[in-house]
Design a protein around this ligand. Structure first.
Ligand code: NDP
Ligand code: OXD
Length: 311
């Protein structure tokens, strides 16, 4: 694939054996070292939540590949070399998984599945009047790679979808709001709010009590991005008084979610253990390897993280 023999280091806090096997298969001529057995320098690093000492023990020359879409953990490593490009995963099989997860949650809300489950427990044979789909609006915070796939899936089911991004876009296939006023407008109209923003200094704690209270009474929240985007105590307060009818949560301030956490047994919460979009090792490795080939040819690649923006 490449003319010269590239050197790479791998440090992944999950699926390490699978990553190593996949990279050895995909880069048979590379010199691949697995943390903690690293050389003093390497062309590339493949990392997921690496130890800070990786970057003090091994100088990375060309690029650091984040083995995930979200870079909040990596950008928080204080030894990360500022001049080396960080490249994140783009889709790599996660977009369709997010679309599935959100579609399930939106349909559960729209088709009132929880109410029917209650009726079943009570042996009540009673059809409910179908909600007006045209008025059942979905708001999407984040219209990036994953947000757009979700918008497309919901659009195919004829849900009215609008989004919010850091900047306005006219290429997302849905109306996209920007700025604080845009956020307020989107919140006020969203019967389901789907969170697909990166965790950055600007987005941490964005969905606090004041923001969540702007949702219409009876709205549903789906957070599949990062836990700290939502202020957990504020969400609980709004669930307790039924302002928010349900929350579908895949991500949390602390993961794994501690056993004593109130979320586990809250009647209005459905939760999953950070599985809304699993990282697919083979697809992701292929994406990384094709970007290495492009870099080796002197080309620029997509997915380079802007550290100042935080994503
Ligand atoms: P992208 O970078 O493609 O999209 C990010 C979107 O967020 C963009 O639309 C961007 O706006 C918007 N955004 C960023 N900052 C702000 C801000 N301050 N105000 C308003 N909008 C903002 O990311 P992906 O779609 O690939 O991934 C999104 C996140 O999903 C990841 O960062 C990760 O945290 C999470 N994730 C969770 C997984 C899970 O299993 N639970 C799996 C994979 C990812 P603009 O378009 O204007 O740039
Ligand atoms: C990711 C994740 O960011 O798995 O890719 O959370």
């Amino acid at each position: 694939m490449t003319k010269r023999r590239v050197g790479a280091v791998l440090a992944a806090s999950a699926q390490l054996a699978q990553w190593e096997a996949a990279f050895r298969r995909a880069l048979p001529d590379a010199s691949l070292h697995v943390w903690p057995d690293v050389p003093v320098s390497a062309d590339y690093a493949f990392v997921w939540k690496p130890p800070a000492s990786l970057f003090t023990r091994c100088r990375i020359e060309r690029a650091i590949f984040n083995l995930g879409a979200g870079v909040d953990a990596l950008l928080g490593v204080d030894t990360l070399p500022p001049a080396v490009p960080v490249v994140r995963l783009e889709d790599a099989g996660m977009a369709i998984q997010m679309a599935e997860y959100v579609t399930l949650a939106v349909l559960r809300a729209y088709r009132e599945q929880d109410a029917y489950a209650q009726q079943q427990r009570e042996r009540t044979w009673q059809g409910r009047r179908r909600l007006d789909k045209a008025a059942f609006r979905v708001g999407l915070l984040g219209v990036g790679v994953l947000g757009r796939a979700v918008a497309q899936a919901l659009g195919a089911l004829e849900f009215p979808v609008a989004g919010w991004g850091r900047s306005a876009h006219d290429d997302a296939g849905i109306p996209v709001f920007a700025g604080e006023a845009g956020l307020h407008e989107l919140l006020a109209q969203s019967h389901v709010l789907v969170v697909l923003l990166p965790l950055t200094p600007q987005t941490r704690g964005l969905l606090d009590r004041a923001a969540l209270a702007r949702l219409p009474r009876g709205a549903h929240l789906v957070n599949i991005a990062r836990g700290p985007l939502v202020v957990e105590e504020d969400l609980l307060a709004l669930l307790d008084d039924a302002h928010i009818a349900s929350a579908t949560l895949d991500v949390f301030d602390e993961e794994p979610l501690p056993p004593q956490h109130r979320f586990w047994h809250h009647p209005r919460i459905v939760l999953t253990p950070h599985v809304s979009a699993a990282t697919l090792v083979d697809v992701s490795t292929a994406q990384v390897v094709s970007k290495i080939a492009a870099i080796e040819r002197g080309e620029t690649v997509t997915g380079i993280v802007d550290a100042a923006r935080g994503y």
